[in-house]
Write a protein that binds this ligand. Sequence first.
Ligand code: FAD
Length: 368
Amino acid sequence: MFPMAKTKIVVIGGGSGASLVHNLLSSIDASKHTLTLISPHPYSVFMVATARMTVTSEGSLEDSALLPYDGLTKRGVKFVQGRVSRVFDGVVNLESGDNVKYDYLVVATGSSWEGPINFPDGDVRVKEHISRWREKFASASRVVVIGGGSVGTELASEVKHHYPNSSVTIVHASNFLLNDTYPARFRKSLTARVQKHGVKLVLGDRLTAPAEGERRATTTNGLTLEADLFITCRGGHPNTSILKTLDPSILTPSGHVKVLPTLQIPLNNGKTNVYAMGDIIDWKEQHMFTKAKAHKVVITKNIVAQLNGSNPPAKYKGYMEAIAVTIGPNAGRSYMPVLFGIVLGDWVTKSLKSAGLLVAQGRQWIGL
Ligand SMILES: Cc1cc2nc3c(=O)[nH]c(=O)nc-3n(C[C@H](O)[C@H](O)[C@H](O)COP(=O)(O)OP(=O)(O)OC[C@H]3O[C@@H](n4cnc5c(N)ncnc54)[C@H](O)[C@@H]3O)c2cc1C
């Protein structure tokens, strides 16, 4: 008699996807199922730490925030280093030409970014990218960051902290930093603290970065800004083009993936074995790691139920819009949507996030 074939669970994307794999490891029977993680780097690039990591060598974040998958592979997870090019029913194609078959698939491919946090594939190229950006910031005396969302604000504040003599400016379309997900009271407090940190703000205005090497650009309102570096931080774009071959109807015009509350992708062929999580899902929420942590709990329960022959019982109901924004390693502002909404200052935000950038939690999430 032949042994029963194991059920193949495949996860694409080693950010929050890796923490899902860690969760699944404790919930499935390894004698019956296999877990495979596919991602282009030999480690998880812990995005929360990347604004500081690409600005300064202080703290050597490349040693602690590029998180190896050892905690997963030592427990039997198969790690495939590579980039998926296309997804089909039951199989994914890699750019290398290899194929990986799946019975259950979770897509957690995150966002692509511009500038310093747009990491290339592969270890050597990631390290070169980090060094190159650190050199760029060290030699720039004027930096303009386009976009005052949380990432742009954190990046500009890091530059000002590590290079206090440089001129750092954020251009942002609204009259306060961030967007209207958060109350005006919090946004005003953050905006004032960033100004006190020494970052100049051009608010209620827009700018398009000039061509590479050009040092001058004019905003929509006619203000001309000169800089050695113009960095666009307009938010991430979901990495979902690989899903067009599976079912183009599951993608929204913005490129997000439609999901049911069970976080299954509603496929035209009626199959129920493909899930999505993290930044790529079409859900009215600010895409954050904290949300992906909630997604992984739902997906783990649902895959385990399906493996046991039941319908997926867990539903994602959204998660509170709390946020902590760093202003360098010693300051920041946080918002908790409890009671009438609580705004927290430097001391709390420093201990919550600014000092350690959640790296210890990130390591724990993937079993390190
Ligand atoms: C500077 C900064 C600060 C942040 N601070 C916070 C914070 O304080 N709190 C918070 O909750 N969130 C924060 N976030 C947001 C958080 O990092 C993201 O929401 C989170 O990383 C999303 O997880 P993800 O798995 O969807 O995407 P990612 O973490 O980006 O992981 C996606 C993975 O998929 C891989 N991938 C992409 N395409 C393919 C492909 N075709 N084949 C194989 N693999 C692929 C990528 O290489 C990557 O490894 C911050 C982000 C930044 C940039």
